[in-house]
Write a protein that binds this ligand. Structure first.
Ligand SMILES: C[S@@+](CC[C@H](N)C(=O)[O-])C[C@H]1O[C@@H](n2cnc3c(N)ncnc32)[C@H](O)[C@@H]1O
Length: 372
């Protein structure tokens, strides 16, 4: 147990800012854990970042791979097509996307999948998305003849064969942070300064180290260990579903492959870093994804795991160069420059190609997944 206590994170009175609401809660119930703070800042039903803001694109706070180049979604479309063939080309399956943003990835994916019309007629599209404004953009991005169903949670998706994609979804799930102090770990919490501003404090009592906090006794003083329980639980649920139903899941995100320590929490506003605590609900908060923890969770639930591999390697194996070349043939000089810089950004090891990783979860006895 920590002494971060506030629980009533959803009720905020009309007209009250999210900062005021959180300050009120902290005064009434004590400090929040970082995970409670992130959950409220991102997904508070009326004031959370993903409920109120229009985060993506040049006019927003950040840009994602599908927004950089259509080739990203097209290659993921070919990955889905091959996965559907590997599943035995079922006449009906769920094509699931977690956190579809503006719907660009799904639109590009479906365009590439026109190569195989029976894939399109078999696909039943399901989006997991909590943002109402983004749901509207996703609907608008889909071709008119395509129907989709929206869900708040993956668990709501009906049983049956499925192919799931998630690009930059897991990095926005709330993390807990633990800081090494003496021989113990203390939880990072959010409290108030004497002036009433939000500030970080450590839980006064240490948390029991139940083996979740590798690298355990050898961690240096001040080391930060991050744990994303919602990500591990969701991967466990998806993997459990893969044991009972034929399917595959592709997770692409920025993160690290080996378990380790480090503070990866960041806030972004208009493409620039900003203070994590300054304006909750108005800025994007993310943390790097611990791919080793996700892979362990998937194996634990019985799924077959491939990767993680660097995004650059994944896209090269799927043929990004030949697709970019095909686009170059019909492009103006200016467009050719854009295609080249987008391809480099997505694949270079010192850019998204190295920072982002791809992980594949499958049900048993499928061929090795494309791209791994
Ligand atoms: C960083 S954006 C990624 C968008 C898109 N996948 C892309 O690559 O452009 C995160 C997406 O996940 C959604 N999201 C964030 N937290 C969520 C949650 N807890 N449940 C469902 N959707 C969530 C956001 O509304 C948004 O659509």
């Amino acid at each position: 147990m920590t002494s971060c206590m506030a629980e009533n994170l959803t009720a905020s009175s009309a007209g009250q800012s999210l900062t005021d609401h959180l300050a009120h809660l902290i005064r009434a119930e004590g400090p929040l854990t970082l995970a409670q703070y992130m959950a409220a800042a991102l997904n508070h039903p009326t004031s959370g970042y993903y409920r109120t803001q229009n985060p993506l694109g040049r006019a927003g706070d950040f840009i994602t791979a599908p927004e950089i180049s259509q080739v990203f979604g097209e290659l993921v479309g070919l990955w889905c097509l091959q996965s559907w063939i590997d599943l035995g080309s079922p006449s009906s399956f769920k094509l699931v996307e977690l956190g579809p943003g503006r719907g660009t990835l799904m639109a590009d994916l479906l365009r590439a999948a026109r190569l195989q019309p029976s894939f399109l007629s078999a696909a039943e599209i399901h989006f997991v998305e909590t943002s109402i404004p983004l749901r509207a953009q996703q609907q608008a991005a889909l071709p008119a003849a395509v129907n989709a169903t929206w869900h708040d949670r993956f668990e709501e998706i009906p049983a049956g064969p499925f192919i799931l994609i998630a690009n930059e979804f897991f990095d926005c799930l709330p993390i807990r942070q633990f800081i090494r102090k003496g021989q113990n770990w203390h939880e990072q919490c959010v409290a108030l300064t004497q002036d009433g501003a939000l500030c970080f404090v450590l839980s006064p009592s240490p948390i029991p180290d139940e083996g979740i906090l590798n690298p355990g006794p050898h961690a240096r003083q001040g080391a930060v260990k991050e744990i994303c329980t919602p990500a591990q639980n969701l991967v466990h649920t998806i993997s459990h579903r893969l044991v009972g139903n034929e399917g595959r899941a592709l997770i692409i995100d920025y993160g690290y492959v080996e378990p380790g320590t480090g503070d990866t929490l960041q806030a972004l506003r208009h493409h620039a870093p900003c203070n994590v605590l300054e304006t909750p609900g108005e800025v994007d908060l993310t943390a790097h994804v611990d791919f080793s923890a996700l892979a362990a969770s998937a194996k634990n639930a019985g799924a077959t795991v491939a990767g993680p591999v660097n995004q650059g390697e994944f896209l090269q194996t799927l043929g990004i160069e030949s697709r970019a070349n095909a686009l170059r043939q019909k492009a103006s000089a200016r467009q050719r420059q854009d295609i080249d810089s987008a391809t480099l950004r997505l694949t270079a090891s010192n850019q998204m190609g190295g920072l982002f990783k791809a992980l594949c979860l499958s049900s048993a006895d499928l061929p090795p997944p494309p791209g791994f």
